[in-house]
Design a binder for this molecule. Structure first.
Ligand SMILES: [Zn+2]
Length: 410
């Protein structure tokens, strides 16, 4: 019956569902089935309307209104109150600026010094070495599914293992639906001592950039060559620094990368130099807590004018869940909630050179948004929508994840 109603109404999914105000009265499964069925016909029409609190533009200003999506893009944003099938707090989908999903198979290690965790012969490398390739790929695929389900539209992965590592990640992405539901920026690195000049060229062709560990782990000259080559080819270059101590920060800044990850031990002067050279910062707060290495001086980074993005780092250490990351950042540093949301959306888009098309809700940008319910026990009575989303929302509060105009998760 629902299908016929949909067809009769012209196939727009938002017309298929009983008035939204009665949504909580519906059995959720029925609701999902109805909307999925309707979406089949809706896809031909390629139009969807959302309503509620729209977290709008670069300033993340909450406004009551609606968003019309057409052909994968945001066509119109208005301030009128209208009814729609999907209603709630409408925020840009998340961008995770730093992950290592290659270790998705090695979860929940004991707390131990970082050298024993990720150093040569350590926990991570032992498990990766003894795990069959197919299992590594399927565990990465599961992580990608998890990221889609928690509203991530783009993540930047530091991929170890040279070309083979890059291929494994691409295979995991293909198995989880390819670029239809999220995108990845792969920052690969040459496999230790195995890639000659033609191998490096092939690596560059298959990645979005280069992501290295620390200047302490390689001769500076080799890193310089990679950094210069990346720039010449229009690819990104990034690396970790200031995680264990301050000794690798200066060398990292000298390479003029696109961004530096961690910076727990960096000084105000380092941040000034980074700002002058237009080098961005990516912080991984929950990762820093697990490794016990301290926390970065995040307010000082922001005061220095740096563009600061956020990442969840190794899947081995943390789920790639942006809601958890936002809650930790917000409560540990007591920052303005818009600043925290920006770190997980617009700032990370800027760092990954994608801010023209994603990262905020604006007309003409890709329709990559997450709608957060306001009728769940957790979100009911939230008075400030952005504070509510940043400090307390969870994956259970998601009404829909929309990627390029298509609902990829209810
Ligand atoms: Zn990392």
């Amino acid at each position: 019956m629902w299908f016929w109603i949909c067809a009769w109404r012209g196939g727009n999914a938002l017309n298929c569902v009983p008035k939204l105000r009665h949504r909580s009265e519906l059995n959720l499964n029925l609701y999902t089935n109805v909307l999925s069925t309707c979406w089949m016909s809706d896809m031909q029409q390629n139009e969807l309307t959302l309503s509620g609190t729209v977290v709008w533009g670069d300033d993340f200003e909450p406004k009551e209104g609606y968003v019309v999506i057409e052909n994968g893009k945001i066509k119109e944003i208005g301030e009128e109150k209208i009814e729609a099938a999907i209603e709630g707090i409408i925020i840009p989908s998340f961008i995770n600026a730093h992950t290592h999903i290659g270790d998705s198979v090695a979860k929940e290690p004991d707390f131990m010094p970082v050298e024993k965790l990720v150093g040569p012969g350590g926990f991570k490398h032992r498990i990766l070495a003894e795990t069959p390739y197919e299992v590594l790929v399927s565990s990465m695929r599961a992580t990608i599914e998890d990221m889609i389900a928690t509203g991530t539209q783009l993540f930047a992965d530091f991929r170890e293992g040279g070309l083979l590592g890059v291929r494994a990640l691409k295979e995991a992405l293909r198995l989880s639906g390819g670029n239809e539901r999220l995108r990845v920026k792969i920052l690969g690195r040459p496999a230790a001592g195995t890639e000659d000049e033609s191998g490096i060229d092939e690596l560059f062709e298959s990645v979005d950039g280069i992501g290295m560990s620390s200047v302490a782990d390689y001769p500076q000259e080799e890193l310089k060559l990679l950094a210069v080559e990346a720039k010449r080819k229009g690819k990104m270059f990034a690396l970790h620094a200031g995680e264990r101590n301050a000794e690798d920060v200066k060398g990292a800044i000298e390479l003029e990368p696109d961004f530096i990850v961690h910076l727990i031990e960096a000084s105000r002067q380092d941040f000034k130099k980074m700002h002058d050279k237009k080098i961005a910062a990516v912080v991984c707060i929950r990762s820093n807590l697990v490794t016990g290495l301290g926390l970065p001086p995040l307010p000082r980074m922001l005061e220095s004018g740096l563009t600061v993005g956020a990442g969840t780092d190794n899947v081995m250490l943390n789920s790639p869940n942006p809601f958890s990351e936002m809650e930790f950042i917000s409560k540990l540093f007591q920052l303005d909630e818009r600043e925290v949301l920006a770190m997980c959306t617009l700032n990370s888009a800027t760092i990954l050179r994608e801010e023209q098309s994603i990262g905020t809700i604006e007309e003409g940008k890709k329709a990559n948004v997450v709608v957060i319910r306001t009728d769940t026990p957790n979100m009911r009575n939230v008075r400030n929508p952005i504070k509510g989303v940043v400090r307390r929302a969870t994956r259970n509060d998601i009404a829909a994840v929309i990627y390029e105009g298509k609902v990829v998760k209810f």
